[in-house]
Write a protein that binds this ligand. Sequence first.
Ligand SMILES: CC(C)(COP(=O)(O)OP(=O)(O)OC[C@H]1O[C@@H](n2cnc3c(N)ncnc32)[C@H](O)[C@@H]1OP(=O)(O)O)[C@@H](O)C(=O)NCCC(=O)NCCS
Length: 174
Amino acid sequence: MGFREWVLQDWAANAARPESQLILAWFRLAQWASVRWGRLARLVVTPYWLTCSMLFGVELPASAQVGPRLRLYHPHGIVVSPHCTLGSDCHLRHNVTVGNRVDRDGNEAGVATLGDHVELGAGCAVIGDLHVGDHARVGALAVVVKSVPAWSVVVGNPGRVIRVDEPTAVQEPE
Ligand SMILES: CC(C)(COP(=O)(O)OP(=O)(O)OC[C@H]1O[C@@H](n2cnc3c(N)ncnc32)[C@H](O)[C@@H]1OP(=O)(O)O)[C@@H](O)C(=O)NCCC(=O)NCCS
């Protein structure tokens, strides 16, 4: 992927949100720099980190693996662990946390990973060594501490799967 394509890969998905477009373009630039520029990358990564965390409360580290077309619907109070993986076309609302859980001894027990097209509702926390399947929708204020399957709808604390919306296969005419 070329430089312009890389930096603007989330632009269209955030068409109505110029602040999200700018945060994500800067995030992609920070990722680009981290991989290619060695110690000089700090000239991009540090201002990116300070501006986004202090102005928006968005902590989206350049080291996180994030698929294309990430959408930040309200880019406020979003925290993603540096070791997380988010698939393509994910959608995060405000006050979302995607991260780890730490035991009493301070040991990190792994971080959450999101599949493709995962939607996280406002204020939810997806924490620990777990996977959220493709197309899952996590409700506002849910706390997800176990893996959930693709196409699931998850609500509550602790998060429980209330439905699986997997589309039925279309029968091809013979
Ligand atoms: C979870 C969610 C994706 C489900 O949407 P849906 O499939 O249309 O679900 P329904 O409205 O059919 O609700 C199904 C059940 O879950 C309950 N429910 C829905 N959202 C819930 C939530 N966030 N927490 C707890 N229960 C919830 C409903 O009350 C309903 O319960 P019932 O069957 O006992 O009546 C959606 O409600 C949600 O929370 N989306 C996030 C939206 C958001 O963050 N908006 C912020 C504005 S930017």
